[in-house]
Design a protein around this ligand. Structure first.
Ligand SMILES: Nc1nc2c(ncn2[C@@H]2O[C@H](COP(=O)(O)OP(=O)(O)OP(=O)(O)O)[C@@H](O)[C@H]2O)c(=O)[nH]1
Ligand SMILES: [Mg+2]
Length: 439
């Protein structure tokens, strides 16, 4: 049996199913359920699956066997078949037995929110690290569901098989999967080692800002405009799954690097959380966090909340932060940005389609870093030309004057970089500096 047999079969159209139930935190009110359903449509659209009608049942308590009541499920199945859907897409995670029971009642294929997100991650993973992480998540999702999947598979093949054969196969598959997960984890450790080495290389050489925020907010588009590069930006959820590093402004000293990261989503499947956070860890090295938020999305507040939560979970909430609200060109309500920006210390409203906005934001980020840099006054004798060259290469020179024995420089440079250049011996005492400036 090949592991591909466990992958979901996606046909062309799905009917959506959800629930409103006080006891179900992520679906406890009508508005939470509706917002999540809009997102489910987007997730399915990203996978190329058309979405048909949606069905929501209000329930006092959840039915452990099928979540929704079986009568309601029968009704939904009739409508789904009438409109030509082969799949029911549930907007929450289902257990193996729930999937089995619902399939039995409805006679339709059943997929849940987790499978859908896993499938998108699998399709969008590009680097080997992202691919391995997604594969681990998928195997972890499969492990407790293996029995259902296996029964389903043997039925599909028409082989009833001997009972013992099925069980043996199941145990074998479980073992194979566990072993695979272990070996993937080992591979990840190696990749992590090389990532740490690369991070060390960047350290002390550059300053960095990380773009973080909800999926589809416009992070990659900003990266493209600010760095004049071409990172994949698409109207799809989770277009980016790995971190990309680009130089913000090649002329600035030190180089300023922007990091584009994986987007966030509410109700991220548990199996994906660990992998997702590792990918986000590239934001740990950032000196500045740029939270990107699509202000034209009716749920922008929720998106900001989710972003804040994730930032807290990976422990980077104490970094300097600015919020960039994007897609202002799509905004109907002109007062909204004022309300949204009222309680934020530093925030920007932009459209990536407007060049002026992009150059203002770029300047703001560059100035942010420049202002954090220290001033140093140096006097470098002419015979130490190499050190003068270091200054010109690494520092922002504000003032230069040439004297009998050497050159005076007033420079701006982050102190961690200054310390690594070995130029401390040239720093002038204030009285000496005043004397040189007078000349
Ligand atoms: N109208 C408008 N569309 C924008 C703007 N910024 C980005 N977009 C569009 O929004 C969609 C998503 O943009 P991306 O840059 O891929 O978003 P992202 O935050 O990187 O998304 P993930 O990688 O999925 O997390 C694309 O179709 C962009 O063209 C904007 O200012 N105005
Ligand atoms: Mg992106």
């Amino acid at each position: 049996m090949s592991f591909d047999d466990y992958k979901i079969e996606l046909s062309e159209q799905a009917t959506l199913v959800s629930i409103v139930c006080e006891k179900f935190e992520s679906h406890s009110t009508e508005s939470l359920t509706n917002a999540s359903l809009i997102e489910l449509r987007e997730l399915l659209r990203t996978l190329g699956v058309e979405t048909a009608s949606e069905h929501v049942q209000n329930k006092k308590s959840l039915d452990p066997a099928t979540m929704l009541g079986s009568g309601k499920l029968e009704e939904i199945a009739i409508e789904a078949k009438n409109e030509g859907s082969k799949i029911l897409a549930f907007d929450f995670e289902l257990t193996a037995s729930q999937i089995r029971n619902i399939k039995k009642i409805t006679g339709l294929e059943v997929i849940d929110r987790v499978m859908i997100i896993l499938e998108i991650f699998a399709q969008h993973a590009r680097t080997s690290e992202a691919k391995i992480q997604v594969e681990i998540s998928r195997l972890q999702y499969m492990l407790p569901r293996l029995q259902t999947l296996w029964t389903h598979f043997s039925k599909q093949k028409g082989g009833i098989g001997l009972k013992g054969e099925g069980e043996q196969q199941l145990e074998l598959d479980r073992r194979i999967i566990r072993r695979k997960i272990e070996s993937y984890k080992e591979q990840l450790k190696d990749i992590e080692k090389s990532r740490i080495q690369q991070r060390k290389k960047r350290q002390n050489k550059a300053v960095t800002a990380a773009l973080v925020g909800y999926t589809n907010a416009g992070k990659s588009s900003l990266m493209n405009k600010l760095c004049k590069v071409n990172v994949l930006s698409e109207n799809k959820l989770f277009a980016t799954l790995d971190s990309t590093f680009r130089t913000l402004n090649p002329d600035s000293k030190p180089p300023m690097i922007l990091i584009d990261t994986v987007g966030f989503i509410q109700n991220l499947p548990n199996t994906l959380v660990a992998g997702f956070k590792t990918t986000l860890e590239s934001a740990l090295e950032a000196d500045l966090l740029i939270t990107v938020c699509d202000i034209s999305d009716p749920n922008y507040k929720k998106h900001l909340e989710v972003t804040k939560e994730v930032i807290g979970e990976i422990g980077i909430e104490n970094k300097d932060q600015i919020v960039v609200f994007t897609k202002k060109d799509k905004l109907q309500n002109v007062f909204l940005p004022k309300i949204a920006m009222r309680n934020l210390k530093a925030s920007f409203l932009v459209s990536t389609l407007e060049d002026q906005d992009m150059s203002d934001l770029r300047e703001y980020i560059i100035n942010y870093f420049l202002e954090k840099q220290e001033h140093f006054d140096l006097f470098i004798p002419y015979e130490n030309g190499d050190d003068s060259a270091k200054v010109l290469k690494n520092a922002n020179v504000l003032n230069t004057s040439f004297h009998e024995n050497g050159t005076f420089y007033r420079i701006r440079i982050p102190d961690f970089i200054f310390n690594s250049l070995g130029l401390k011996k040239y720093v002038l005492a204030p009285e000496k500096r005043d004397e040189l400036l007078k000349k």
